[in-house]
Write a protein that binds this ligand. Structure first.
Ligand code: SF4
Length: 200
């Protein structure tokens, strides 16, 4: 019997990419918008990313890493959506490769941190991505709580910017003050996780 080969095995279904952005997390970042989201938040800015079957295109994980490494200005990579946890196994693989080169990972999700822990299993691989994210911006977008003036990096005030590694260690959510850390560059920039031994 012929072997069935999954041609998209090492690929991520992407809705779009910003090769360089200073508006999607701290510092200059490469931003990947994944295709597919189950949350359907009213007022979502990226409705074209919701459909799991339509839209988007497949991009090889190693090709993404190579593209990122070509730009010396990049300090980190942001996974946005869609919901990156819908491709948690492959996004986790990508995050692991990027950590080895010293990039920090910021991941957006419509799930809360607590939901990710509760729902995580061997099929959805949520922990593969959660444990390799440095920062998580969690929770659905709530239009009534939209507050652009005071919510840099967040869509609505219910969402939280979470220090994932500390939160997993403590077993409770620890918020991250990105602005305070940006004022103290050595605490955040590109080589932080290599220097402090956090590379996973
Ligand atoms: S989780 Fe994000 S991408 Fe998904 S519907 Fe909500 S705002 Fe849109």
């Amino acid at each position: 019997m012929d072997e069935i080969i999954d041609v998209n095995q090492n690929k991520i279904k992407v809705a779009g990419i910003y090769e360089e952005s200073d508006a999607n997390g701290p510092g200059i970042r490469y931003v990947i918008f994944t295709q597919g989201c189950p949350h359907h938040c009213p007022g979502c800015h990226n409705p074209e990313t919701h459909d799991f079957n339509g839209g988007g295109y497949y991009k090889d994980i190693d090709e993404i890493v190579a593209e990122i490494r070509k730009n010396p200005l990049l300090e980190g990579v942001t996974f946005s959506g869609g919901d990156p946890f819908m491709q948690a196994e492959k996004m986790g693989m990508l995050a692991e490769k990027l950590h080895k080169y010293g990039y920090n990972i910021m991941t957006y999700t419509g799930y809360t941190f607590e939901q990710l822990l509760t729902l995580s299993n061997d099929t959805n691989h949520f922990m593969d991505l959660l444990s390799r994210s440095d920062i998580l911006v969690d929770g659905r977008f709530v239009e009534a709580l939209k507050d652009e003036m005071n919510n840099e990096f967040k869509g609505s005030t219910n969402q939280r910017i979470i220090d994932v590694k500390v939160s997993l260690l403590l077993g409770m959510v620890k918020l991250k003050d990105i602005r305070a850390e940006e004022a103290e560059p050595t605490k955040f920039f590109k080589n932080k996780y290599v220097q402090e031994g956090f590379a996973s």
